[in-house]
Design a protein around this ligand. Structure first.
Ligand code: THU
Length: 141
């Protein structure tokens, strides 16, 4: 990987600053790395009707795919209440819906980096976080 985990986490922390979270006050930032080493940032965007809220990870994926980028190698995610800025109390794991969106475009080796800071992070594969999954191959004849 040409981009380091630390750089990807820095981008996720930067992305989190744009989170729109008037309801939960829980801000998430994601930095998605494409196979050709582009970084696509995303934040969570909440809604007064709650249901239309979009997670940071999906914002990053949908931004990328809508610009024609569909191959990815890793994503870094940070999250915490708005008073937390660069040392988060917990790792922010992706929700089930976001894991399924990752599954649409990524193979089981796709790396998911959950970070509390640029030097406190854990790396998982999508296969570890979404085992025995349903994906595009299941619909092929
Ligand atoms: N959220 C994310 O952005 N990513 C996740 O994977 C989990 C949850 C957001 C959605 C909502 O704005 C806030 O966190 C609280 O659920």
């Amino acid at each position: 990987m040409k981009v380091s985990y630390e750089q990807l986490i820095e981008n996720a922390i930067e992305a989190r600053k744009m989170a729109y979270t008037p309801y939960s006050k829980y801000k998430v930032g994601a930095a998605l790395l494409s196979s050709d080493n582009k970084i696509i940032k995303g934040c969570n965007i909440e809604n007064a009707a709650y249901g239309p809220t979009n997670c940071a990870e999906r914002t990053a994926f949908f931004k990328a795919v809508s610009e024609g980028v569909k191959e990815f190698s890793a994503i870094a995610i940070v999250g915490g209440l708005e008073n937390e800025t660069d040392l988060f109390s917990d790792y922010a794991f992706p929700c089930g819906v976001c894991r399924q969106v990752m599954r649409e475009f990524c193979d089981s080796e796709f790396e998911i980096v959950v970070a509390r800071s640029t030097d406190d992070y854990k790396v998982y594969t999508l296969g570890e976080l979404l085992p025995e999954s349903f994906g595009p191959d299941n619909l092929k004849a």
